[in-house]
Design a protein around this ligand. Structure first.
Ligand code: FES
Length: 194
């Protein structure tokens, strides 16, 4: 945990008569800062398994990722870079199937695109998050949301910018699937809505 996050944690703790009462806000603070609250690889890849995403192939995505990394769900690859898990709805259903990396969303990924994403993470490269395209209503980064839930008020400018545009989130190289990859997750700009 960074010195900055520790200082913010102390500020949150100071709001409560008992230190342990700050547990939930502290978890949100850590989630906003790091994208996870338990020991995982450098990148936590969370595949949504709730119905809309399952109908759009999320189960196949998580199976392919586990196979590529040679881990069961919840496992971390041998290099310690990537943990893959399944989670319930990530509140971005219009972008199904949704994969989240730490706090950034990647929407409507095909299996090929999900594998490309993990390949780049294994090389310590975080592509900019992707949205579902026209009419997308969700934020590409959930870091600002977690910040607000921690009770610290409006997020710093960099988190707000990430939530609004995805700018500053990763940004290493091209977006995932810059070239059409085919499959159900391919159509980000005019695909049918759930
Ligand atoms: S069902 Fe997957 S984001 Fe909601």
């Amino acid at each position: 945990m960074s010195e900055e996050t520790l200082a913010r944690a102390e500020a949150l703790i100071g709001r409560y008569p008992e230190r342990r009462s700050a547990l939930l806000p502290l978890l949100y603070l850590v989630q906003a800062a790091d994208g996870y609250v338990r020991p995982v690889g450098r990148y936590l890849v969370s595949v949504c398994r709730t119905l809309p995403c399952q109908l759009r192939g999320s189960r196949e995505l998580s199976e392919a990722l586990c196979k590529r990394l040679d881990v069961p769900l919840g496992g971390t690859d041998a290099t310690g870079m990537v943990t893959v898990e399944e989670v319930e709805c990530l509140a971005a259903c219009d972008g199904a199937p949704v994969v989240q990396v730490n706090t950034e969303n990647y929407e409507r990924l095909s299996e090929e695109q999900a594998l490309e994403l993990v390949e780049r993470l294994l090389h310590d490269e975080v592509p900019p998050p992707t949205l579902a395209g026209d009419g997308a209503v969700t934020e590409p980064s959930t870091a600002a949301l977690h910040w607000r839930l921690s009770g610290l008020g409006e997020p710093p400018a960099d988190l707000a910018e990430r939530a609004a545009t995805g700018a500053g989130s990763g940004g290493d190289g091209d977006r995932i699937g810059s070239a059409p990859a085919g499959g159900a997750g391919d159509d980000r700009t005019g695909g049918e809505r759930l």
